[in-house]
Every structure is written in C-alpha cells, then in structure tokens.
Design a protein around this ligand. Sequence first.
Ligand code: PGA
Length: 263
Amino acid sequence: MSTPCFVANWKMNKTLVEAHDYLTCFAQGLKREGSWEMILAPSYVALAAVARQIQSLSLPIALAAQNLHHKTEGAYTGEVSAAMLCDVGCRYVIIGHSERRVYFGESDALIAEKVLLARRLGLLPILCVGESREERENQMTSAVIRRQLQTGLGLNHQTFSSDQVSFSDCLIAYEPVWAIGSGKTPSPSEVEEVHYDMIRCMQAAGLPASKMPRLLYGGSVDEKNIALFMKEPHVDGVLAGGASLSAERFMTIIELGKKAKNG
Ligand code: PGA
C-alpha cells in the first residue's frame, strides 16, 4: 500500500505572519506516528520563510510551489524558474491546476512542457487534471482526463522500457473543476472510477504498475468527507485548498485520512 499523501494548497492566501502562526500551531498539535506524507504549497513569497520554519521545527512536511515557468531562465518578468524553486527547498511543484488552466489560459501543451522541465531539473510534479461541469454533463469526463493525462505526462512520446523513465515519485491530482471551492464533490465511487480509468490509460501506454504515479483526489475535501475518499482503494491521498487554510482543520483531515487508509 502506498503512503497516504495530504497536499495543502494555500493558493493566494497567507501573509508571512499568518504562515508562521499556522506552522507554530501545526508543530504543537501534530501527531507524528504512522506512515504518511504532507506537502505544503504556500505562495512563492512565503516559500523561503516556510522552508526555514519547517527545518527549525523539524516538521515532516515537504515543500511545493504552486506553479513554475516553462523556460529555465531569461527575460520573463514576474516569473519563477524551476532552479529557483529547487534553490529555496521545494521538492514538489503543482502543475496544471484548473485555476491556471482557466484564469491564465494554460494549455495541455504548456503544462506538458512544465512537467518535462520540472522532472529534468529534479522537481516532482503534482499534475492536476479534471473535467468542467459542462464536460461532465456531456459524458466527456473520461476523454478529458485521458487527454490531460496523456499530454501532461507525454505518455505517447515515451517508452517505459528504460529504467530512467518513471513517474512513481510524481503525483496526479484528479480535481473536477466544478468541485473546487464549491462544497460539491463527486461520490467516492465516482472518484475511484476515474482513478481506475487513469490507471488503465497509463497501462495502455505501456507504463508498468511500478512506474505509475500516486493518485490524489481534490475538490472540496474536508473533515466530513476525507475518510470516504481515502477508503477507496485507488485514492492515495488528497489535495485540499480551503480546508487546508486552518492548521487545526488540516491536522484533523490528516488524522481521519490516515485512519481510513490504514484501518
Ligand atoms: P478546495 O480546492 O479544497 O478549496 O476545493 C482544491 C484545489 O483547488 O486544489
């Protein structure tokens, strides 16, 4: 069984003081036992301070960025490179979140470039995929997810016979666009069905089970529904936005999620 994984995406929230208070509260209340992984994605400007505090409090938290630029360096005012993220202590980077796809016009092709660059420079992608409400209503969920997954991971352009190509340390977050921040979610069995479909899609591309990424669910995850999602066999973890903004709430989510997964 894979290690249950809990991603907190703070989005455009928290000043440095608020980030500091959150981690202080987290350090006081955290139950460290068991095998689990937490990944925290603060804003770019909080990354360095959060990294320092994680280290000084010895917190078992890996750092993620919420985005990166698809070029290595150069004249791209306002952008942040993969090397800068590595430098500040990021292990992961969220790529293709639906807010980037929708509000910033990020295409599947651009997202694929980012995934490739991140992996080349040693950052582990958390690739987000998900259908819109309209796509769901038109029974396009599987087609959309498969397209985003195949393009994002470059499944059609890679062979998996060499030892070098593996996605086993990457994460895929299935996040239906209509479920994000809405308080609405698919049922756990619908999430399981999409996750299983992603596995079949990767299998069809020749990716062996040992090289597959872990699969997360995201979209209005909270204390009430976490256990139901985590009980599904192919849900390895969750990505939470709103409910991750309170340290107490997120600790509860981790506890309930661990229990649901490990029995
Ligand atoms: P939410 O956000 O938990 O607030 O729905 C999830 C996400 O956008 O990743």
